[in-house]
Design a protein around this ligand. Structure first.
Ligand code: AMP
Length: 392
């Protein structure tokens, strides 16, 4: 069976075919570094770490790029509250973020790209949009004219905001041509960071950071773009509008993958709602970091999950049981059981179904017809995907 992925752009399960035979370029929207990452963020990043691992396991050569939003209103506001420089705040929280990802074994990112390192490329993109009349200037900056891009809405099926969208980040100004137009370059304001440029002194809007980064690193078209469902609109819609307008090439991205939310008491966990638990809150309660990873493996990446401590405890118990099984095994490691490996791969090839792949592993553990040595070899092979550190 070939790998099949659910593509938000077409709303269907499709055979996966990267642009270049066995090489896959994947970009996932990274964090805005102004606070600790919460366990909803952890779900999304763990599940994309699994996507990268699965692709590698299936024989693809994966380049996984993630941006770090280190210029943003939220960073500036938080830095002002704390009376420190926004750069200092961003660096502090980037360090915490990377440490948290490491503790969850999310280590497949090939490159982290910081927005502030791509200012010339951002300016170049805005200028090319202006040259082709996709952008215009008003009193506080340059904006994208969504009416100039006929395909606006093709990913999300809409062109206006809904309450559950990620922070709108389109910027409001009564001079805008259309209410959904979003800012590309914001003119300098007192007390805010700015960069000199042909566009005037200022700083980038949020959406243009990502397309400038991916055009630089991948070119105008690539294979997979990910994030949670809250980013479909307006963020990912804006990215398509920007890049397809600049290059004239379609599709900008072939496969759009979106993770389901981690909810708490049936509401989306988010920093703005103040109903969140940080990754560190969970570790402080004594849960081993990889039990959180195990919890995320138990749900298909597109399925929303309601977080409860009971569910985490059950994941912890299962994880410990598996770890004990491996560590109490013999020192001899046998050979991979090819029949189980084929079943495991089959589950992953079906839109990356990790819960079913994990079920294959547990069937193997209980199978009396497979030797202990071969079970261990097979489980350790599977752990290249699961990332549960079963050998350590
Ligand atoms: P943010 O730092 O808020 O921009 O979010 C970073 C990543 O986590 C983005 O891909 C979001 O879509 C994702 N995300 C935010 N909240 C949740 C949640 N409750 N469940 C799953 N993913 C989330």
């Amino acid at each position: 069976m070939a790998l099949k992925l659910y593509n938000t752009l077409t709303g269907s399960l499709e055979d996966f075919q990267p642009l270049l035979a066995d090489k896959v370029k994947m970009f996932v929207c990274g964090p805005t570094v102004y606070d600790y990452a919460h366990i909803g963020n952890a779900k999304t990043y763990t599940q994309f770490d699994l996507v990268a691992r699965i692709l590698s396991y299936l024989g693809y050569n994966v380049t996984y790029l993630q941006n770090i939003t280190d210029i943003d209103d939220k960073i500036i506001n938080r830095a002002t509250e704390r009376g420190i420089d926004p750069t200092e705040l961003a660096e502090e929280y980037e360090e915490y973020y990377l440490a948290d990802m490491k503790s969850l074994n999310n280590e497949s990112v090939s490159k982290y790209a910081r927005a502030h390192d791509y200012i010339p490329q951002i300016v170049s993109q805005v200028k090319r949009l202006l040259d082709q009349d996709f952008a215009y200037k008003i009193s506080d900056g340059y904006y994208f004219d969504i009416k100039a891009f006929a395909d606006y809405g093709k990913l999300s099926g809409r062109s206006s905001l809904k309450p559950d969208d990620s922070v709108s980040r389109i910027d409001e100004n009564p001079e805008k041509k259309n209410s959904g137009d979003f800012c590309l370059w914001k003119f300098r304001k007192e007390g805010e960071p700015f960069w000199p440029s042909d566009l005037g002194e200022g700083r980038p809007g949020w959406h243009i950071e990502d397309t400038a980064i991916t055009e630089t690193e991948f070119g105008p078209q690539y294979d997979i773009h990910g994030g949670a469902v809250d980013l479909i609109f307006p963020h990912h819609e804006a990215e398509i509008a920007q890049m397809e307008s600049i290059s004239g090439l379609k599709p900008f991205v072939r496969y759009w993958l979106h993770t389901g939310f981690l909810n708490i008491d049936s509401a989306k966990m988010s920093k703005s709602k103040d109903n969140f638990l940080t990754i560190r809150d969970v570790f402080k309660k004594g849960f081993p970091p990889l039990s959180l990873r195990y919890l995320f493996l138990l749900s298909h990446y597109r399925t929303p999950v309601n977080f409860t401590w009971e569910a985490l405890e059950a994941a912890q118990n299962a994880y410990k049981k598996l770890k004990d099984f491996v560590s109490k095994g013999t020192s001899d490691i046998g050979v991979v059981d090819e029949a189980y490996k084929a079943k495991f791969k089959e589950k992953l090839e079906n839109d990356l179904n990790t819960p079913q792949a994990l079920a294959v592993l547990w069937t193997l553990v209980k199978d009396k017809d497979v030797t202990l040595e071969n079970k261990l070899a097979t489980i350790l092979d599977f752990d290249q995907v699961l990332g549960l550190g079963l050998l350590s």
